[in-house]
Design a protein around this ligand. Structure first.
Ligand SMILES: [Zn+2]
Length: 264
């Protein structure tokens, strides 16, 4: 294995163009990818990445089932989809068991697009079931480019409350614990048991600080991620490889830790 991208997105072919256009209209970025699974696979080939975790986000309760079916349909030895459960979907514990039974390793959550604070008590049913089933959660963490800078629904402090309440829950935090919230990450998450992935950090943190945070958190708990199609996989990987990490640390972050998280 040479590399795993622990944070990508894709949409069904029939929706991809519209979904990307809508998301682009809400943020100052343009997506370098087209949002399809085919486009993702081409990008993975170009970047020499073996596997991508593909995050789906249910923005309405009635999307949960359709997303679950789509995730099953795109799953392959190179695509590891993370289905998504909306906070207002009924019987969340049953859905989590369904995801686990279908063989999914984890599930995606997005506090802004799904309108809930991470430590919302109505999510405890989901978190407890995920912990029981050994299914990890990967929530968006920190600020989001499409939301105001005072939106703290995905803050490191709230994440910390979740893991304190659910010590057996496995968590993959995006954006090294919280996009543009790295001082709070230092305070609440560095050194805890959560996994973290690196998307949208290499361009935002000085390399010395990024490497220092990765090492203090634990190089056995950090995964490489890009947030494709919002960033290019090949250039993100090239930038990541320039970080002053040892070969062993680089390999752990590029694929060994992901293999452990995915149960390979
Ligand atoms: Zn993302």
């Amino acid at each position: 294995m040479s590399g795993v991208d622990a944070h990508t997105h894709a949409f069904p072919d029939s929706l991809a163009e519209r979904a990307i256009a809508k998301l682009e209209s809400e943020c100052p970025w343009k997506a370098p990818g087209d949002g399809t699974v085919g486009g993702l696979l081409e990008s993975m080939d170009a970047a020499d990445l073996d596997i991508s975790l593909v995050c789906a986000i249910a923005t309405k309760p009635d999307q949960t089932d359709g997303i679950f079916k789509w995730c099953k349909s795109i799953r392959s030895d190179r695509i590891e989809p993370l289905p998504s459960l909306h906070p207002d979907t009924e019987k969340k514990d049953k859905w989590v068991r369904k995801f686990a039974k279908a063989g999914f390793a984890g599930m995606k959550l997005h506090p802004m697009y799904q309108e809930f604070p991470l430590d919302d008590e109505r999510m405890d049913e989901l978190y407890s079931a995920a912990a029981d089933e050994g299914l990890f959660i990967s929530p968006h963490c920190g600020l989001d480019i499409a939301y105001p800078p005072d939106d703290d629904r995905a803050s490191p402090e709230r994440m910390r409350r979740v893991i304190d309440r659910h010590p057996n829950l496995t968590v993959l935090c995006t954006h090294l614990g919280g996009w543009k919230s790295w001082d709070e990450v230092e305070k609440h998450l560095i050194g805890t048991d959560v996994y973290m992935e690196t998307s949208f950090t290499v361009q935002y943190l000085p390399p010395e600080r990024l490497v220092d945070m990765i090492r203090r958190h634990g190089t056995d708990k950090v995964l490489f991620g890009t947030d494709w199609p919002w960033a290019r996989q090949d250039t993100e990987l090239a930038e990541f490889k320039k970080l002053p990490l040892t070969q062993q640390e680089t390999d752990d972050i590029l694929y060994r830790n992901a293999a452990k998280l995915l149960g390979y």
